[in-house]
Design a protein around this ligand. Structure first.
Ligand code: HEM
Length: 227
Protein backbone atom coordinates (compact mmCIF):
# COMPACT_ATOMS: atom_id res chain seq x y z
CA UNK A 1 0.00 0.00 0.00
CA UNK A 2 2.77 2.46 0.93
CA UNK A 3 4.45 1.63 -2.44
CA UNK A 4 1.18 2.27 -4.27
CA UNK A 5 0.79 5.68 -2.58
CA UNK A 6 4.21 6.77 -3.88
CA UNK A 7 3.24 6.20 -7.53
CA UNK A 8 1.71 9.12 -9.42
CA UNK A 9 -1.70 7.37 -9.73
CA UNK A 10 -1.51 6.20 -6.09
CA UNK A 11 -0.98 9.75 -4.90
CA UNK A 12 -4.04 10.88 -6.80
CA UNK A 13 -6.08 7.87 -5.64
CA UNK A 14 -6.47 9.06 -2.05
CA UNK A 15 -7.43 12.56 -3.26
CA UNK A 16 -10.07 11.03 -5.56
CA UNK A 17 -11.67 8.71 -3.00
CA UNK A 18 -11.87 11.42 -0.34
CA UNK A 19 -13.00 13.95 -2.99
CA UNK A 20 -15.87 11.71 -4.13
CA UNK A 21 -16.92 11.18 -0.52
CA UNK A 22 -16.89 14.95 0.11
CA UNK A 23 -18.97 15.53 -3.04
CA UNK A 24 -21.69 13.27 -1.58
CA UNK A 25 -21.66 15.36 1.60
CA UNK A 26 -21.83 18.58 -0.45
CA UNK A 27 -24.95 17.31 -2.28
CA UNK A 28 -26.74 16.42 0.98
CA UNK A 29 -25.63 19.71 2.56
CA UNK A 30 -26.96 21.74 -0.37
CA UNK A 31 -30.22 19.76 -0.39
CA UNK A 32 -30.91 20.57 3.28
CA UNK A 33 -29.75 24.20 2.88
CA UNK A 34 -32.25 24.66 0.05
CA UNK A 35 -35.02 24.30 2.67
CA UNK A 36 -33.89 27.75 3.87
CA UNK A 37 -35.43 29.38 0.83
CA UNK A 38 -38.45 27.13 0.34
CA UNK A 39 -40.08 27.89 3.67
CA UNK A 40 -39.77 31.38 5.18
CA UNK A 41 -41.21 30.16 8.51
CA UNK A 42 -37.96 28.20 8.92
CA UNK A 43 -39.80 25.06 10.08
CA UNK A 44 -38.63 22.87 7.19
CA UNK A 45 -34.98 23.86 7.57
CA UNK A 46 -35.12 23.46 11.35
CA UNK A 47 -36.60 19.99 10.97
CA UNK A 48 -33.87 19.08 8.44
CA UNK A 49 -31.11 20.42 10.69
CA UNK A 50 -32.64 18.68 13.73
CA UNK A 51 -32.78 15.37 11.85
CA UNK A 52 -29.11 15.73 10.82
CA UNK A 53 -28.10 16.57 14.39
CA UNK A 54 -29.98 13.73 16.08
CA UNK A 55 -30.09 10.80 13.63
CA UNK A 56 -27.69 8.10 14.94
CA UNK A 57 -26.45 7.11 11.44
CA UNK A 58 -25.59 10.74 10.65
CA UNK A 59 -23.87 11.12 14.03
CA UNK A 60 -21.59 8.20 13.16
CA UNK A 61 -20.78 9.87 9.82
CA UNK A 62 -19.68 13.17 11.44
CA UNK A 63 -16.17 12.02 12.49
CA UNK A 64 -15.84 10.18 9.16
CA UNK A 65 -16.63 13.45 7.37
CA UNK A 66 -14.04 15.33 9.44
CA UNK A 67 -11.49 12.61 8.61
CA UNK A 68 -12.38 12.85 4.90
CA UNK A 69 -11.73 16.62 4.94
CA UNK A 70 -8.47 16.18 6.88
CA UNK A 71 -7.07 13.49 4.58
CA UNK A 72 -8.12 15.42 1.46
CA UNK A 73 -6.49 18.63 2.71
CA UNK A 74 -3.29 17.11 4.14
CA UNK A 75 -2.80 14.82 1.15
CA UNK A 76 -3.26 17.75 -1.26
CA UNK A 77 -0.28 19.37 0.49
CA UNK A 78 1.78 16.17 0.16
CA UNK A 79 0.93 15.76 -3.55
CA UNK A 80 1.64 19.44 -4.32
CA UNK A 81 5.03 19.34 -2.55
CA UNK A 82 5.97 16.05 -4.27
CA UNK A 83 4.98 17.48 -7.65
CA UNK A 84 7.11 20.57 -7.03
CA UNK A 85 10.10 18.40 -6.03
CA UNK A 86 9.68 16.21 -9.10
CA UNK A 87 9.88 19.34 -11.27
CA UNK A 88 12.32 21.61 -9.38
CA UNK A 89 13.43 23.72 -12.36
CA UNK A 90 9.98 24.03 -13.86
CA UNK A 91 9.14 23.59 -17.49
CA UNK A 92 9.43 26.53 -19.79
CA UNK A 93 5.98 28.11 -19.53
CA UNK A 94 4.12 26.93 -22.59
CA UNK A 95 0.70 28.28 -23.39
CA UNK A 96 -1.01 25.26 -21.89
CA UNK A 97 -4.46 26.83 -21.74
CA UNK A 98 -5.48 24.74 -24.75
CA UNK A 99 -4.68 21.38 -23.15
CA UNK A 100 -5.95 22.17 -19.64
CA UNK A 101 -8.50 24.43 -17.99
CA UNK A 102 -7.74 27.28 -15.60
CA UNK A 103 -9.42 25.33 -12.76
CA UNK A 104 -7.31 22.22 -13.37
CA UNK A 105 -4.08 24.26 -13.16
CA UNK A 106 -5.19 26.01 -9.97
CA UNK A 107 -6.74 23.21 -7.90
CA UNK A 108 -4.40 23.81 -4.96
CA UNK A 109 -5.10 27.55 -4.86
CA UNK A 110 -8.85 26.95 -5.18
CA UNK A 111 -8.68 24.29 -2.46
CA UNK A 112 -6.74 26.62 -0.14
CA UNK A 113 -9.28 29.43 -0.58
CA UNK A 114 -12.14 26.97 0.08
CA UNK A 115 -10.27 25.90 3.24
CA UNK A 116 -10.16 29.54 4.45
CA UNK A 117 -13.89 29.84 3.70
CA UNK A 118 -14.55 26.57 5.53
CA UNK A 119 -12.76 27.69 8.73
CA UNK A 120 -14.84 30.90 8.78
CA UNK A 121 -18.02 28.91 8.03
CA UNK A 122 -17.42 26.33 10.78
CA UNK A 123 -16.83 29.13 13.34
CA UNK A 124 -20.03 30.90 12.27
CA UNK A 125 -22.41 27.93 12.39
CA UNK A 126 -21.08 24.52 13.44
CA UNK A 127 -19.07 25.88 16.40
CA UNK A 128 -22.01 27.87 17.75
CA UNK A 129 -24.46 24.98 17.30
CA UNK A 130 -22.25 22.28 18.81
CA UNK A 131 -20.01 24.10 21.30
CA UNK A 132 -20.70 27.69 22.36
CA UNK A 133 -24.41 28.12 21.68
CA UNK A 134 -25.99 31.42 20.62
CA UNK A 135 -29.06 33.36 21.82
CA UNK A 136 -30.55 33.02 18.32
CA UNK A 137 -30.55 29.24 18.72
CA UNK A 138 -33.08 29.38 21.61
CA UNK A 139 -35.29 26.27 21.45
CA UNK A 140 -38.59 26.38 19.59
CA UNK A 141 -41.32 23.83 19.05
CA UNK A 142 -41.90 22.55 15.50
CA UNK A 143 -44.72 20.04 15.01
CA UNK A 144 -44.72 19.40 18.75
CA UNK A 145 -40.98 18.67 18.88
CA UNK A 146 -38.41 20.83 20.70
CA UNK A 147 -35.40 21.85 18.63
CA UNK A 148 -32.78 24.57 18.20
CA UNK A 149 -33.73 27.47 15.94
CA UNK A 150 -30.89 26.92 13.46
CA UNK A 151 -32.88 28.87 10.87
CA UNK A 152 -32.68 32.05 13.00
CA UNK A 153 -28.88 31.75 13.20
CA UNK A 154 -28.33 31.22 9.46
CA UNK A 155 -31.05 33.59 8.19
CA UNK A 156 -29.91 36.23 10.71
CA UNK A 157 -26.38 36.26 9.32
CA UNK A 158 -27.47 36.54 5.69
CA UNK A 159 -30.15 39.16 6.37
CA UNK A 160 -27.85 41.37 8.41
CA UNK A 161 -24.53 41.17 6.59
CA UNK A 162 -24.01 42.03 2.94
CA UNK A 163 -20.28 41.32 3.30
CA UNK A 164 -20.77 37.79 4.67
CA UNK A 165 -23.49 37.11 2.09
CA UNK A 166 -21.03 38.04 -0.67
CA UNK A 167 -18.30 35.91 0.93
CA UNK A 168 -20.72 32.96 0.81
CA UNK A 169 -21.40 33.65 -2.88
CA UNK A 170 -17.63 33.65 -3.52
CA UNK A 171 -17.32 30.42 -1.46
CA UNK A 172 -19.98 28.73 -3.63
CA UNK A 173 -18.31 29.87 -6.86
CA UNK A 174 -14.86 28.71 -5.68
CA UNK A 175 -16.32 25.32 -4.77
CA UNK A 176 -18.00 25.10 -8.19
CA UNK A 177 -14.68 25.84 -9.95
CA UNK A 178 -12.85 23.27 -7.79
CA UNK A 179 -15.47 20.64 -8.66
CA UNK A 180 -15.57 21.50 -12.38
CA UNK A 181 -12.19 19.78 -12.60
CA UNK A 182 -12.33 17.61 -9.45
CA UNK A 183 -15.49 15.73 -10.45
CA UNK A 184 -14.27 14.14 -13.68
CA UNK A 185 -10.66 13.95 -12.54
CA UNK A 186 -11.69 11.81 -9.54
CA UNK A 187 -13.57 9.37 -11.78
CA UNK A 188 -10.69 9.28 -14.23
CA UNK A 189 -8.27 8.33 -11.45
CA UNK A 190 -10.42 5.43 -10.25
CA UNK A 191 -10.61 3.97 -13.75
CA UNK A 192 -13.13 5.77 -15.98
CA UNK A 193 -10.31 6.81 -18.24
CA UNK A 194 -11.39 6.12 -21.84
CA UNK A 195 -12.30 9.01 -24.14
CA UNK A 196 -16.04 8.24 -24.29
CA UNK A 197 -16.39 8.17 -20.48
CA UNK A 198 -14.16 11.19 -20.06
CA UNK A 199 -16.36 13.31 -22.34
CA UNK A 200 -19.51 12.19 -20.50
CA UNK A 201 -17.97 12.80 -17.09
CA UNK A 202 -16.70 16.23 -18.11
CA UNK A 203 -20.22 17.15 -19.21
CA UNK A 204 -21.85 15.84 -16.00
CA UNK A 205 -19.06 17.48 -13.96
CA UNK A 206 -19.75 20.86 -15.54
CA UNK A 207 -23.48 20.60 -14.78
CA UNK A 208 -22.71 19.43 -11.23
CA UNK A 209 -20.30 22.35 -10.68
CA UNK A 210 -22.85 24.88 -11.96
CA UNK A 211 -25.62 23.45 -9.73
CA UNK A 212 -23.33 23.59 -6.68
CA UNK A 213 -22.07 27.13 -7.39
CA UNK A 214 -25.54 28.54 -8.12
CA UNK A 215 -27.22 26.51 -5.36
CA UNK A 216 -24.94 27.75 -2.57
CA UNK A 217 -24.84 31.33 -3.93
CA UNK A 218 -28.59 31.68 -4.29
CA UNK A 219 -29.21 31.20 -0.53
CA UNK A 220 -27.43 34.32 0.84
CA UNK A 221 -28.66 36.34 -2.17
CA UNK A 222 -32.26 35.29 -1.43
CA UNK A 223 -32.05 36.68 2.11
CA UNK A 224 -30.31 39.88 0.96
CA UNK A 225 -32.88 40.57 -1.76
CA UNK A 226 -36.08 39.44 -0.03
CA UNK A 227 -35.59 40.73 3.53
C1 HEM B 1 -25.29 28.98 1.63
C2 HEM B 1 -24.25 28.32 2.00
C3 HEM B 1 -24.18 27.47 3.24
C4 HEM B 1 -25.02 27.40 4.34
C5 HEM B 1 -26.29 28.17 4.61
C6 HEM B 1 -24.48 26.40 5.24
C7 HEM B 1 -25.01 26.05 6.47
C8 HEM B 1 -24.41 25.24 7.41
C9 HEM B 1 -24.88 25.00 8.75
C10 HEM B 1 -26.14 25.61 9.38
C11 HEM B 1 -24.02 24.14 9.36
C12 HEM B 1 -24.11 23.56 10.79
C13 HEM B 1 -24.89 22.27 10.76
C14 HEM B 1 -25.00 21.64 12.14
O1 HEM B 1 -23.98 21.41 12.77
O2 HEM B 1 -26.13 21.37 12.55
C15 HEM B 1 -22.98 23.83 8.38
C16 HEM B 1 -21.93 22.97 8.60
C17 HEM B 1 -20.97 22.65 7.67
N1 HEM B 1 -20.86 23.14 6.40
FE1 HEM B 1 -22.09 24.47 5.54
N2 HEM B 1 -23.34 25.86 4.66
C18 HEM B 1 -23.11 26.50 3.45
C19 HEM B 1 -22.06 26.27 2.56
C20 HEM B 1 -21.07 25.31 2.74
C21 HEM B 1 -20.04 25.01 1.78
C22 HEM B 1 -19.86 25.71 0.44
C23 HEM B 1 -19.28 24.00 2.32
C24 HEM B 1 -18.11 23.29 1.74
C25 HEM B 1 -17.07 23.87 1.21
C26 HEM B 1 -19.82 23.70 3.62
C27 HEM B 1 -19.32 22.76 4.49
C28 HEM B 1 -19.77 22.54 5.79
C29 HEM B 1 -19.16 21.61 6.73
C30 HEM B 1 -17.95 20.71 6.45
C31 HEM B 1 -19.91 21.67 7.91
C32 HEM B 1 -19.70 20.87 9.20
C33 HEM B 1 -20.34 19.53 9.11
C34 HEM B 1 -21.81 19.53 9.44
O3 HEM B 1 -22.24 20.12 10.42
O4 HEM B 1 -22.60 18.92 8.69
N3 HEM B 1 -20.92 24.50 3.84
N4 HEM B 1 -23.25 24.51 7.22
Amino acid sequence: MSNFLTTSIGRKFLMSITGLFLMMFIMVHLGINMLLIFDDSGDLFNQGAHFMATNPAIKIMEPVLALGFLVHIIWSLVVTIQNMKARPVGYKQLNNSKSSTWASRNMFILGSLIFVFLVMHIIQFFWKIKITGDPLLAHISVGGEEMENTYALVAGLFKESLIYSLIYVVGGVLLGLHLAHGFWSAFQTIGFANTIWLKRLQFVGTIFAIVIAIGFSVIPLYFQIKF
